[in-house]
Write a protein that binds this ligand. Structure first.
Ligand SMILES: Cc1cc2nc3c(=O)[nH]c(=O)nc-3n(C[C@H](O)[C@H](O)[C@H](O)COP(=O)(O)OP(=O)(O)OC[C@H]3O[C@@H](n4cnc5c(N)ncnc54)[C@H](O)[C@@H]3O)c2cc1C
Length: 383
């Protein structure tokens, strides 16, 4: 038998798919993972960078370690994808696949909001941006901080609230919280639109920490000269430090190749197959509707989807085997400051309605979060 499996993107989805397939297939199957970066980084470590808790090098897992696990790592930029022919052009040459998995995540477009880049373009949605935030957070002596979610979808829906709770805690520790205003501007009617109950829990905690939440306040422009955020309803909010959640878009290479003709890639959640034969897609690059909403973009769900993708590839190769449909289930850890962590457990597709619950915050969940990171590093990189 034998064949080549090509996985585009070494994030949560790509790494979990590669690991599962490597365990299940013999060496006549070549498994290649392509990524433009030489390292993997957990989304939540961006907060460790933003608050100076960890050194940048300590937050990177080298992808070259995959080679030792029998997974070929190919560092290159994916420039075009032909899903019919399963041919991929990269910055270092062409790759051909018998089985293709697209797990390229979401791109961010900070330039999409007028004035945001000119205001400094500060955010915590990339490794570099989170690193650059630390000196600003460290040197901030008082004034107004605004956190604005420009639009949905964006990765890790709780993340902007986690940023606010940690800013609160950081300036309390420094004894200057009374001089720091923290306001969050969101485009919709609740923090996590998919769950009114969890949203109410978050709102209660925000109020307890004197963090103001402005619902239905969609920031459309940052007036960087006046240092004010302009909201669609005509109101303006002054700021000393502006943090935005940049607009998220499907990667350009996906939009250009016909896979994402409606924007994000659509798949059948029973198998995670795209409309192209032997082409699967997974993680943030995919949009799976749930009523008026969609499965949130989070690493835990990308990892969960990898089980379905890997099983379906094995069934395609072997002609038999069970494939459990993607349920979008998993747990995300939510930083609340004071070392406390809450756990959001979710199952979006497994029942008649999305199931979401918030436990904590408590000090106990910190150990769970650390174990989440440690166990993935061990599983994917063999450490
Ligand atoms: C601050 C923050 C906190 C977060 N906290 C959590 C959390 O607690 N729990 C949780 O589950 N999720 C969390 N997330 C979200 C999580 O990081 C993402 O949802 C997850 O990484 C998505 O996995 P993925 O495999 O779809 O994509 P990604 O992990 O983004 O991987 C995509 C890969 O594709 C590569 N790529 C993209 N385009 C190209 C190209 N053209 N050529 C080559 N390579 C390319 C990228 O370099 C990247 O490595 C957080 C995110 C942020 C920003």
């Amino acid at each position: 038998m034998g064949g080549s499996i090509l996985i585009l993107g070494a994030g949560f989805g790509g790494l979990e798919t590669a690991t599962r397939l490597r365990r299940a297939l013999d060496e006549t199957f070549e498994i290649t993972v392509v990524d433009r970066n030489g390292f993997f980084n957990f989304g939540f470590t961006k907060f460790d960078l933003m608050f100076g808790r960890r050194e940048p090098e300590g937050c990177k897992e080298k992808l070259s370690a995959l080679d030792e696990k029998g997974i070929r790592f190919h560092q290159a930029v994916v420039e075009s994808i032909d899903p019919e022919a399963k041919l991929v052009e990269t910055s270092t040459g062409q790759l051909r696949a018998d089985y293709l998995v697209v797990s390229l995540g979401a791109d961010i477009a900070p330039e999409a909001i007028p004035g945001f880049l000119e205001s400094g373009g500060h955010h915590f949605y990339s490794f570099a941006a989170a690193e650059w935030l630390w000196p600003l957070v460290d040197e901030f002596k008082g004034g107004q901080i605004l956190i604005a979610i420009f639009d949905k979808p964006y990765k890790c829906p709780p993340a902007p609230y986690e940023a606010a709770f940690q800013l609160d805690d950081f300036y309390r520790e420094r004894g200057i919280r009374q001089n720091v205003g923290i306001d969050i501007l969101i485009p919709g009617p609740m923090p996590l639109p998919i769950s009114a109950t969890v949203s109410a829990g978050i709102e209660e905690l925000l109020t307890a920490k004197q963090i103001a939440l402005h619902k239905n306040h969609k920031v459309v422009e940052v007036d960087y000269k006046a240092k004010q955020a302009a909201v669609a309803n005509g109101t303006r909010f002054p700021y000393d430090l502006f943090l935005g959640v940049p607009i998220h878009r499907p990667p350009a290479v996906v939009l250009e190749c016909g896979l994402g003709d409606q924007g994000w890639i659509r798949v059948d959640p029973a198998t995670m197959q795209t409309r192209f034969e032997r082409v699967w897609a997974i993680g943030d690059v995919v949009q799976i509707p749930i009523g008026d909403f969609a499965v949130p973009k989070a690493g835990a769900f990308a990892e969960d989807a990898a089980a379905t993708v890997a099983a379906d590839i094995l069934r395609t190769i072997q002609g038999h085997g069970q494939v459990d449909p993607f349920q979008a289930q998993g747990a995300c850890y939510f930083e609340f400051g004071e070392g406390k962590v809450a756990r959001i457990a979710a199952n979006f597709l497994g029942g008649p309605t999305p199931d979401l619950s918030l436990s904590g915050p408590s000090l106990e969940f910190r150990a769970d979060k650390e174990e989440f990171e440690r166990s993935r590093i061990e599983k994917w990189f063999g450490k």
